[in-house]
Design a binder for this molecule. Structure first.
Ligand SMILES: CC(C)(COP(=O)(O)OP(=O)(O)OC[C@H]1O[C@@H](n2cnc3c(N)ncnc32)[C@H](O)[C@@H]1OP(=O)(O)O)[C@@H](O)C(=O)NCCC(=O)NCCS
Length: 235
């Protein structure tokens, strides 16, 4: 049976509210203009100093208990996931619309022992191996694309290893992450920005229920900016 997009992930439960100290980075898709050092730090660390321009996700218990879907587990990253992070950032296919691949030697030096450990970042585990990451971070107020006057919207990002493409895993995992977010931040919208040329990503966005807000040029490419809400608008 196929996973139904929008299906609630089992076992999420009500999340206790608690203030976290971690700080987030701008979403991975927009890193084309960041310098290499900051980019890597932003993608793999949770360091407040390096990421001073980025806003916290907000008060939320983190990490949640691992979230199980029909085939996958969404969980906090661990040291054993480091190779998968390096693979994701070194892959020309994965990084086609995300500013290009990073050199492996640079990644080996820069990626921390436990990469990506911060609120909002899930690794996606299939039978004990990481096949991708999903992030929910606050969108940088200075960037184009907003749905709230005060900006700082939660923004969904995702990267999966090519061997996992074409199986519905990204949609399945993102739907579960959105369910987690809706429990943690009731009524808050989630935004998503992707190059219009990124057909696979555009299909994922549509399947998840994101609707177009606007398109704009950024980093020399046309961007699709959409919004998702757990609240059904009243007729
Ligand atoms: C964007 C990305 C996550 C999409 O991955 P994906 O595997 O194509 O997406 P899905 O998980 O939704 O899988 C969809 C495909 O699985 C197929 N599929 C196979 N088995 C399935 C199942 N059991 N359930 C659902 N779909 C299934 C669908 O038919 C669909 O195929 P299609 O796209 O050819 O029509 C992936 O291409 C990626 O990581 N890209 C690099 C990073 C990136 O660009 N991120 C975007 C940031 S803005």
């Amino acid at each position: 049976m196929h996973f139904q997009v929008g299906q609630r992930a089992a076992g999420n439960g009500a999340l206790m509210r608690a203030t976290t100290s971690a700080v987030h980075f701008a979403r991975q898709g927009r890193d084309a203009t960041m310098d290499a050092t900051r980019r890597l730090a932003a993608l793999t660390h949770g360091d407040r100093d390096k990421l001073s321009a980025m806003a916290e996700l907000g008060p939320v218990a983190w990490p949640p208990a691992p979230i199980r879907t029909e085939r996958l587990v969404l969980r906090e990253s661990e040291a054993r996931d480091r190779a998968a992070f390096i693979e994701l950032f070194a892959s020309p296919e994965v990084r086609t619309y995300l500013g290009g691949p990073r050199p492996r030697d640079e990644l080996e030096r820069a990626v921390p022992e436990v990469p990506g450990r911060r609120p909002g970042l899930f690794v996606i585990d299939l039978d004990g191996a990481v096949i991708g990451t999903i992030s929910l971070d606050r969108r940088d107020a200075e960037r184009p694309g907003h749905v709230r006057p005060d900006a700082g919207e939660a923004e969904l990002g995702y990267m999966f290893l090519p061997k996992a493409w074409g199986c519905g895993s990204a949609a399945e995992a993102c739907a579960a992450a959105l369910d987690w977010f809706a429990d943690a931040f009731p009524s808050e919208p989630v935004v998503l920005c992707t190059q219009t040329a990124n057909n696979r990503s555009m299909r994922v966005a549509t399947k998840l229920g994101f609707t177009e807000v606007e398109r704009f040029e950024e980093y020399g490419a046309e961007q699709w900016f959409g919004v998702w809400s757990s609240v059904t608008p009243s007729a």
